[in-house]
Design a protein around this ligand. Structure first.
Ligand code: FAD
Length: 448
């Protein structure tokens, strides 16, 4: 392959992992990251404080030899722990087989480890405070703001755009939309999110069970909480911007306290500074981005959120971005030109990122609305019983989360059909026979 300069725009989770994969192949790279070095300054790593890391992401981390060391910084989440407004909590295990749990990991820690590993191989290859601000498709130039009014111009380079949901690299593809037939859509949810920190108790212990992902489903809104290694939890309220129970109504400290006491009575007394945090922390937006193609010839390629930002309700955005890198690495073994690699990459990944985007939308409704529903809980119990009795039955959640060998698209098609069958059975029967259900699944070709 040629010796064009390779630039990765964006040193977030996907850009840092991509850098590492390329560096391990002996390919020289430069990463241009708009923010300061998070390892040296106390800046937010952006978006959510912690993330659910699961098997697809872990497969990519294993490839760079980091799976075990990263998992040392994670907290295992084995179940969904549902908090009704009144009454007992309900525990719904994520999986039934060995190793079927998800991992709560700090975004900052994960990004720092990836950057450290990358710079062990190529010292100082990440250039911070370097923001892509302008592109020109005629001269194929990319202009970066490097501070103090100075600019850096790069021309005729091979560009990997991993600059996130609001990617400036994507603008370069958009500027050539009629030539490359670039399709693009960006859809904001009517929902935003706010993160709140639940401190450890006075003995330094977790204030909730630390082995699960907590959910307070409330119909048209919900709160979740993920544990952190320091015994705190990061709680995230997802609520509509406007209307009933929406953010726009929460304008005073007493509004906030009353809202939490009414809807989340079990956790509200555990916060020391709920209302203060509520007004200090920003409301984040939730956006889905779909576009196609993700590449121009062998020059520019988008990966991660820059190519396919999704809403976070399957906990798969980063996992999907890491899987992008995994697939790209595989294609680099199989193909001999960048053109083939980029084309095959778009072809292989687009259908799958569309599938997980759609599944994430389904799961938002499931999490906020259905996990509290009796038929849903019956169906979930049936799935667990089926998985225990027939180990080669995988629920939709397990297919998406624990089976990187099955594509997101296949997981979606199979999982939706399974759900349909099980929900119908649970709606009409008090007792559902496991063997008959399993046989039905086999006949429909849903088991392999
Ligand atoms: C509330 C919330 C919860 C989530 N939870 C999960 C979860 O549990 N599990 C999961 O798998 N995913 C989750 N996600 C999704 C996950 O955060 C993203 O999919 C992931 O961060 C994508 O990584 P990325 O590297 O592509 O983009 P980003 O993480 O956005 O990184 C982009 C990088 O590019 C830099 N950059 C941006 N613009 C420029 C520019 N012009 N020039 C140079 N650099 C630039 C940024 O500073 C940043 O470092 C969640 C998302 C949200 C919003």
């Amino acid at each position: 392959m040629d010796d064009k300069k390779i630039i990765i725009i964006g040193g977030g989770l996907v850009g840092s992992l991509l850098g590492l994969i390329l560096a391990k192949r002996g390919i020289k790279i430069s990463v241009y990251e708009s923010r300061p070095d998070m390892r040296k300054s106390n800046i937010s790593a952006g978006k959510s404080i912690n993330l659910a890391l699961s098997h697809r992401g872990l497969a990519a981390l294993e490839k760079v030899g980091l799976k075990d060391s990263i998992l040392q910084h994670a907290v295992k989440m084995k179940s969904r722990i549902i908090h009704p407004v009144h009454g007992d909590k309900i525990i719904l295990p994520y999986g039934t087989r060995e190793g079927e749990y998800i991992n709560s990991i700090s975004r900052k820690k994960l990004n720092e480890i990836l950057m450290d590993e990358l710079e062990l191989i190529q010292p100082n290859c990440i250039r911070f405070n370097t923001r892509l601000v302008e592109t020109d498709n005629k001269s194929k130039s990319f202009t970066f703001d490097i501070g103090n009014g100075e600019k850096l111009i790069e021309k005729n380079c091979r560009i990997f755009g991993t600059d996130g949901a609001f990617s400036a690299t994507r603008e370069y593809l958009l500027s050539q939309s009629s030539t490359i037939k670039f399709n693009y859509s960006q859809t904001f949810q009517n929902y935003g999110y706010k993160e709140l920190n639940l401190e450890p108790d006075e003995l330094g212990q977790f204030q909730l069970e630390n082995n699960g992902l907590h959910i307070w489903p409330r119909g048209h809104f919900m709160m979740i909480a993920l544990p952190n290694p320091d015994a705190s939890f990061t709680c995230t309220l997802f609520a509509p911007y406007k209307g009933k129970d929406g953010f726009e109504q929460l304008i005073s400290k007493s509004n906030v306290e009353n809202y939490f006491t009414e809807h989340f009575p079990d956790i509200t007394p555990k916060f020391n500074d709920l209302a203060d945090q509520f007004f200090e922390n920003p409301i984040g937006n939730l956006v889905t981005v779909k576009c196609h193609p993700w590449h121009i010839h062998d020059e520019t390629l988008l990966l991660g959120d820059a190519a396919h930002a999704i809403i976070p309700f399957y906990g798969q955005g980063m996992n999907c971005g890491f899987e992008d890198v995994f697939v790209l690495d595989k294609l680099m073994d199989e193909k001999s030109s960048w053109t083939d690699i980029f084309e095959s990459f778009t072809e292989a990944r687009k259908i799958n990122s569309d599938a997980i985007a759609d599944l994430a939308e389904d799961n938002f409704i499931e999490m906020r609305d259905k996990v509290g529903d009796e038929i849903f809980q019956k169906k979930r119990k049936l799935e667990v019983d089926l998985e225990i009795k027939h180990q080669n039955y995988y629920s939709k959640y397990a297919l998406v989360t624990f089976r990187p060998d099955i594509s997101y698209h296949e997981a979606m098609v199979r999982g939706r059909r399974q759900d349909e069958i099980l929900m119908n059975l649970c709606a009409v029967k008090n007792e559902v026979d496991l063997d008959t259900t399993y046989k039905l699944m086999c006949e429909e070709g849903l088991i392999n």
